[in-house]
Design a protein around this ligand. Structure first.
Ligand code: FES
Length: 277
């Protein structure tokens, strides 16, 4: 059993609630590298869900996960409090992110994508890259980890769809401005909703800027056996759980990913209605 050490509500608009949990998992904390994720199961009846590791402290053994309460399991996760326990917490899984020498990296996070982006920003900053971060959300109340991202960024920008904070527009508005200002960009890392990652990849393709995206595919076993997380990258089938979650954004078939992610939406709604959520 894995103990919940800390719980914090990061955003709560009455419609959207995002929570942060620190879980006591010393072995995972020790082995974690940016890009890794965990599969957790709250109890014997629970489904297995993949969640990216937002931070890890090898000294305290705490692993930080961030979840948006959208489905049955994430809502159950949101009801946990410090002192409660989780049955399974398996990881770290997936391939750690690899960054060949890059001088200027633009890190773009949309919505909940800021959570997996944060350890990458921190790592790049601490290992000498010049980091420009762009965080996007629908509105001011949904911006996540602002001060944490700012701490490890040389330049920091915010974009909101409604203009309630930062630049009015999308993260690509700011990225285009950066490119237009002739600032050399060696690598872009984009993590967030599929349409956002697709838009970023379409923009950077024109300028031949290497772009990595992190996919949040449906997963069942997390070990490469079931095929649930398959994705087409450069015409080849890859499994997000063992080959990813990061891939070359210029090669990912984003439309296929969008179709696959919407496949079980109706089932999830049925479960939420049955559970009275
Ligand atoms: Fe089963 Fe990736 S989750 S193959």
């Amino acid at each position: 059993m894995y103990k919940v050490l800390r719980k914090k509500v990061l955003t709560d608009t009455g419609v959207d609630r995002v929570i942060l949990l620190d879980i006591e998992a010393p072995l995972v904390a020790k082995k974690h590298k940016p890009g890794h994720f965990v599969m957790l199961r709250i109890d014997e009846k629970g489904e297995r869900v993949p969640l990216t590791i937002a931070d890890a402290n090898p000294e305290t053994g705490a692993v930080t996960i961030i979840a948006q309460e959208v489905g049955s399991t994430s809502k159950q996760l949101g009801r946990l409090e410090a002192g409660d326990h989780i049955l399974d917490f398996v990881g770290p899984l997936g391939q750690a992110a690899h960054y060949p020498e890059h001088k200027h990296v633009v890190c773009i996070g949309g919505g909940l994508g800021v959570a997996p982006l944060y350890p990458e920003v921190k790592h790049l900053y601490q290992t000498g890259s010049h980091v420009t971060s762009i965080v996007g959300a629908r509105n001011k109340d949904l911006i996540l980890l602002e001060s944490e991202m700012q701490e490890y960024s040389h330049e920091f920008y915010i974009a909101t769809d409604d203009g309630s904070y930062g630049t009015k527009g999308f993260v690509t508005t700011i990225l285009q401005e950066l490119i237009d200002s002739n600032t050399p960009v060696d690598l872009v890392i984009a993590i967030g909703p599929i349409p956002m990652m697709k838009a970023v990849a379409n923009l950077t393709r024109k300028y031949e800027i290497k772009t990595l995206v992190s996919l949040n595919s449906l997963m069942v076993d997390g070990t490469g056996m079931c095929g649930a997380c398959r994705v087409t990258v450069g015409g080849e089938t890859k499994f997000t759980c063992i080959d990813g979650p990061e891939f070359d954004g210029h090669l990912v078939d984003f439309d296929e990913q969008m179709r696959r992610l919407s496949m079980y939406k109706d089932k999830e709604k049925e479960v939420l209605i049955q559970e009275g959520c």
